[in-house]
Ligand binder design. Structure first.
Ligand SMILES: Cc1ncc(COP(=O)(O)O)c(C=O)c1O
Length: 394
């Protein structure tokens, strides 16, 4: 038999969000029961008006149509390094920073620079599905840390120790996490880094949602202690959520300069450089949109509080297991029924689009992910009412 495609790629399922969007394709929704789209993590608001004006202006600047340096325009790298220095009480230099076409690309190139076929990368479950997909397509073996729903924001250090082998290249943490919204305590992050370093492996930490944390101050002290300058720490960021710039495709990596030189080879091949006009937007965001970003962060925290209240007082069969940043991770009341079937029923009968737990790893069939960032909080009551109505349909 002829083989037309890479079996490693063919073995990976359809992109999850696209699969869920396919469930409602071609459907229209009545005014009295509109679609509640809680599938993809995109903020419900536009970028700041001033940023949009800056983009229009940048379109007329001659350098916008040129490539930048592979690792990003010097001014943006320097400004982002300054941003990280402030946020993490650290000294981050431009030479430790790369700008990428989104955080997903940052993750893909970082992983390729760290690991090859047959190597192992550890992911706590539930994981961000693209992280797992990419490992599999590269022939890297994902090794899973089990989920403890009683402590969704804790890292099981004993389980991590047991999972380490001579083939371990990295542990990937997402904090606040997708899909649970939970934040790892800084002590867990630092202890994991220490344990990995002792084994010649790296901590890759995706902090896409760092601006939507419940607390203030640095999320961990690894950069303050200079870990980004040694091998062993790779920090990833996204401009998609903090500045509502998902379509602009800007992300970043902070790590050791030697690893960055490896990453540069990968970035050169996949995109040459991030879109120049988007880099102009990101620079503007860092320079001018601090207050805007903080206001949106407050807005999201309010939504977290409201959603918790709604679940607490509604006595639903659906149980809020974890909630933070953009996400609510919910145990559905149909134990034994696949989460995919539950999610499809919610789409078909209740006009609620959410993602099944099974998209986020093994053993997640009792759960659903609701990306509440996508909708205004005045939809929460309707969400609860429809979830209640769904309970009699089991
Ligand atoms: C944990 C995590 N990392 C990365 C991304 C993608 O970020 P970007 O749009 O910058 O590629 C997402 C988007 O949902 C995410 O949840």
């Amino acid at each position: 038999m002829m083989r037309w495609s890479n079996p490693l790629v063919s073995a990976v399922a359809t992109p999850p969000v696209a699969a869920a969007q396919g469930w409602i394709r071609g459907r229209s929704f009545p005014e009295e029961k509109p679609l509640l789209d809680l599938a993809q993590a995109v903020p419900s608001y536009l970028p700041a008006e001033a940023l949009r004006r800056r983009v229009a202006e940048a379109a007329n600047e001659p350098e916008t149509s040129l490539y930048s340096d592979i690792l990003g325009a010097a001014a943006l790298r320097a400004r982002f390094a300054r941003h990280l220095s402030g946020e993490y009480a650290a000294r981050v230099e431009a030479g430790n920073v790369a700008i990428t076409s989104g955080c997903n690309q940052a993750y893909c190139v970082a992983v390729c620079a760290l690991a090859g076929p047959g190597d192992e990368v550890i992911l706590p479950v539930p994981y961000y599905f693209n992280h797992d997909m990419w490992l599999r397509m590269q022939g890297i073996v994902p090794v899973y840390l089990p989920f403890d729903p009683r402590h969704p924001g804790r890292l099981r250090l004993d389980a991590l120790r047991e999972a380490l082998t001579p083939r371990t290249r990295a542990l990937v943490l997402v904090s606040p996490a997708n899909p649970t919204g939970a934040e790892y305590p800084s002590a867990d992050i630092e202890a994991a880094h220490e344990m990995l370093r002792g084994r010649g492996a790296s901590l890759v930490i995706d902090e896409t949602y760092k601006d939507f944390r419940a607390g203030s101050g640095p999320p961990h002290m690894l950069m303050a202690s200079g870990a980004h300058q040694d091998a062993g720490l790779v920090q990833l960021f996204s401009f998609s959520k903090a500045y509502s710039m998902a379509g602009y495709r800007v992300g970043a990596i902070a790590c050791n300069a030697g690893l960055l030189a490896e990453i540069e080879k990968l970035l050169d091949c996949v995109a040459i450089c991030p879109a120049r006009i988007s880099q102009a937007a990101a620079l503007f965001a860092l320079e001018h949109l601090n207050e805007w970003r903080e206001a949106k962060s407050r807005l999201m925290r309010e939504r977290v509080g409201l959603l918790r209240e709604h679940f607490a007082r509604s006595n639903l069969g659906y149980q809020l297991v974890s909630c933070g940043a953009y996400f609510a991770y919910v145990r559905h009341p149909f134990g034994g029924t696949a989460s995919l079937e539950v999610a499809r029923r919610l789409a078909d009968r209740q006009n609620i689009l959410c993602l099944p737990g099974s998209f986020f790893g093994p053993g997640q069939d009792d759960y659903l992910r609701f990306a509440f960032a996508n909708v205004e909080s005045d939809c929460f009551e309707a969400l609860i009412d429809r979830l209640r109505a769904s309970q009699s349909e089991g």
